[in-house]
Every structure is written in structure tokens, then in C-alpha cells.
Ligand binder design. Sequence first.
Ligand code: ADP
Ligand code: MG
Length: 262
Amino acid sequence: MTLLKVRGLGKAFGGVKAVDGIDFDLAAGELLALIGPNGAGKSTTFNMVNGQLRADRGSVQLDGHELVGRKPREIWALGVGRTFQIAETFASMSVLENVQMALISHAGRLFSFWTRARNFQRERALNLLGQVGMAEQADRPCRELAYSDVKRVELAIALANEPRLLLMDEPTAGMAPRERNDLMALTRRLVIERRIAVLFTEHSMDVVFAHADRMIVLARGRLIAQGKPAVVREDPQVQQVYFGTGATFAPHVPEALARVAE
Ligand code: ADP
Ligand code: MG
């Protein structure tokens, strides 16, 4: 079932066409990778889907609801979640408290006393932490965690809102290859178990191959290829953008393709 339908989506900043009329679909239970060199328009695409940026043109439909023109909060309420970095102010709170906060926010409840909040949704929070393999570290302050464990907690926080579509902008940035694979394998499992759709950006081609069902490739705001990773990798235009690729698919953009901002 198609959950997200993007048609003719575009956004310019001054003279720069950051996203230049792209079309793609995303189904429930599907993990879709969005790749492209720096400046290709990946974040702009994300932010038009989640409402942080308003599209100049085109349409983004979630299960038939038009998202363009809605506020981020409304889009969030319709079931579009995203992973956020745990803010410094929350780093002193425990892993469990961070997930409880997210559940409280999802339930739309306000507590005047933190002592009451402390027990609120405790079981559900522990359950979510169990799903991301962090239940044993529930009582540790977030700031003591290893980087890859923080990413797991951020995933649990995003899941607290029960998204139908989860957006992850560079979820594995700064991680070692092994940790990247672990995080994406976990995401893959959650996608299947919960039938959520995930759209994520990624630099490592290994990760895309191992975990994505499908991928779309942006270059200078245009969608130049989409399909199964093994097929897209062979696309001559993709190979041209990802010059000298191989396993990492690192975004070494040829000079001629680098965006000129003016
Ligand atoms: P990516 O995430 O693929 O690296 P972005 O979507 O961040 O790419 O950027 C696409 C293009 O739009 C780039 O040329 C970038 O400089 C430009 N751009 C992005 N956001 C803004 C902004 N807020 N103001 C002006 N230009 C922007
Ligand atoms: Mg970006």
C-alpha cells in the first residue's frame, strides 16, 4: 500500500533550485534510502515532507492527506515522525526518562510535578527500550552512553510517537561501519514488525545495499535514478555522480557537478 506519494515537489532558495520537481512513492513496511552528494537536496526534501519548509510547488500526500501547507505539528499528528538528536538539556536525564518524556508528549499530557511523571508510561517506555536493545541501560544518564547507544535511544523516542512514516536524516553519521549496520538492521526489523515506512539518507553504499528495499538518487535537486539498490548502482548517470564508486559510494562530487550557489 502506498503511504507517501510525492509529486512535482520543488523548492528554490534565491536562484538555487534545491529540489527541482521530484516524484516518488513510499509504501508501508518499506525502507527507502535517499542518497546524493552534498547539496543534492536531501535535507530540503525531508524538511518539505515534515513541514519545516514549505514547498514552492508540488504535492506530498500521506495516505491521501495533502501535507504541503500544513504546520509541522499537524504533520506530526498525522503520523510523520523524525529522529532528533537528544538535546544537551536532556542529556542529564536517564535513558528511561527521555523515552517517558516522549510518551508524555505523545499522549498530550502535562504534569506539574516530575514525581508523577516519573511513573507515567514506565512500562511502555521500558518496552520501547527493549525493542531497541536498551532496556538494561534504562537508568543511566544519556550523557554517559556510547554514541551508537544514544542513536538507539533517539530511535525509541521517535517510536514513542507511533509514526506511520519515520524520517531519518543521516541516522548513521559519525558511526563506525559495524554500528551503522547494527542500527540499520534494527531499523529494518522495526519497519517489518510495525509496518512503518522509513525514508533515510545515507552516505555509505554498503549500508544502503544491506538494508534498503529501494533507493532514490538526487543530484542537484533532480531525481536521477530510483529502484532496487543493485540495479541503481549500475546506472551510468549514478556512477557519473558517484565518481569512482566501489563499496563506499562516498560522495566525491566531480568539480563539474558541484553546485554553484550563486
Ligand atoms: P543535502 O541535504 O543533500 O546536502 P540540502 O537540501 O541541504 O542538500 O541543500 C540543497 C541546496 O539548497 C544546496 O545548494 C544548499 O546550499 C541550498 N540550501 C539548503 N537550505 C537552504 C537555505 N535555508 N537557504 C539557502 N539555501 C539553502
Ligand atoms: Mg543534508
